[in-house]
Design a protein around this ligand. Structure first.
Ligand SMILES: [Cu+2]
Length: 95
C-alpha cells in the first residue's frame, strides 16, 4: 500500500425523518486516515447530536450541512455512535 494513498472518507446520512442512519455501518481499512461525514437532513430533533462515547466525541450539527469526525485507524476496532437520546445507533468498523 502506498504511503500516498488517499484518505478514506465515508458519508452517513442522518435521516431524521425515517429515524435512522444511512448507512448505519461503515467500514474502514486499518492504517489509513479515515473520516466519517455526517450529513444533516430536516427536522433533526435528537439526531442533531452525534455521540461516539468510546472516542469522547460529541458533536452537534446545529444547522450545518455536515460534520466530519476523524476515526482512529491505528488498530482494528468497532466504534458505536448514537443520537443524543441513545435511541438511534450505528457503528464504524476498522479492520
Ligand atoms: Cu434520539
Amino acid at each position: 500500500m502506498s504511503i500516498f494513498s488517499k484518505n478514506q472518507t465515508k458519508k452517513i446520512i442522518v435521516d431524521a425523518k425515517n429515524h435512522g442512519y444511512k448507512p448505519d455501518v461503515v467500514t474502514f481499512k486499518q492504517g489509513k486516515p479515515a473520516q466519517v461525514k455526517f450529513v444533516a437532513s430536516d427536522n433533526m430533533g435528537c439526531m442533531n447530536e452525534v455521540i461516539f462515547k468510546s472516542l469522547g466525541v460529541d458533536v452537534n450539527l446545529n444547522g450545518k450541512k455536515d460534520v466530519t469526525i476523524d476515526i482512529p485507524t491505528d488498530k482494528p476496532g468497532i466504534y458505536d455512535f448514537a443520537c443524543s437520546m441513545d435511541m438511534f445507533k450505528g457503528k464504524v468498523v476498522v479492520k
